[in-house]
Design a protein around this ligand. Structure first.
Ligand code: DC
Length: 227
């Protein structure tokens, strides 16, 4: 059983490792809040694209940050809706071209600083399972449970293809794999909060596990840590 106390589960890892689907299912099971931090970076990426700003231009991106009101709303089904200056952009931020914008703006220290407090505040107010790239290392270094979720690039690209197909925006596998490798490289080689496993994170490779097996493996690890 999970004790009735306040706790945080940090889930980091590369894109397509299954972080969001698994974290969402675990949040529902444990009755805690699921926070998808990638969606927050995507919202900034979307705002930057809409304004026609070059996402690597830190001065230009920094200049618009004070104008961005980023909001989150949870629907009854546990879906995390993203609001940008009052507009629901949940669907728009999932468009494939926003991934690169999100990855580019997420490398900017000004953007990371802008979002840090927002993420910590959520974890102060609620027990959370928060997924991202730097949750266990930077955002919630004191999280009770830290998981680094990974899978081979090929398996992750296959999963991404399936997801894009289901969303009605299919893309060829080779292109998905190339973009995924490029994004992994950007996310792991940036100076600001690069993607890496925290020293005290438990590494879980889901390459050979299906969804149910991955969820059960994570739940077992979380329960063990929280005992
Ligand atoms: O998880 P995702 O693919 O929706 O994330 C979009 C981008 O945002 C990803 O390329 C890296 C970045 N990101 C980050 O730098 N830090 C986080 N905590 C979450 C996402």
């Amino acid at each position: 059983m999970i004790p009735e106390k306040h706790f945080a589960v940090a889930v980091d890892g590369p894109s397509g490792a299954g972080k969001s689907t698994l974290a969402k299912a675990i949040a529902a099971k444990l009755g805690i809040l699921y926070v998808d931090t990638g969606a927050i970076y995507r919202t900034i990426g979307y705002a930057v694209k809409r304004r026609g700003i070059e996402p690597r231009d830190e001065a230009a991106v920094r200049a618009i940050l004070p104008e961005l009101e980023i909001g989150m709303r949870y629907e009854a089904d546990g879906e995390q809706h993203m609001l940008l200056n009052g507009q629901d952009v949940t669907r728009e931020i999932r468009l494939p071209e926003i991934s690169m914008y999100a990855s580019a703006v997420s490398a900017l220290p000004a953007v990371r600083a802008f979002l840090l407090e927002m993420q910590r505040d959520l974890a102060r107010k609620h027990s959370v399972i928060m997924d991202g790239r730097d949750i266990g290392t930077v955002v919630l270094p004191d999280a009770e449970v830290k998981i680094f979720l990974t899978a081979s690039a090929e398996v992750r690209a296959q999963r991404r293809c399936l997801e894009l197909e289901q969303r009605g925006t299919p893309k060829p596998y080779d292109e998905v794999l190339r973009e995924l490798n490029e994004r992994d490289y950007n996310d792991s080689h940036r100076a600001a909060a690069p993607l890496r496993a925290a020293e005290d994170a438990m590494v879980v490779d889901t390459s050979a596990l299906d969804f149910d097996a991955s969820r059960e493996a994570l739940l077992a690890l979380i329960r063990e840590k929280l005992q």
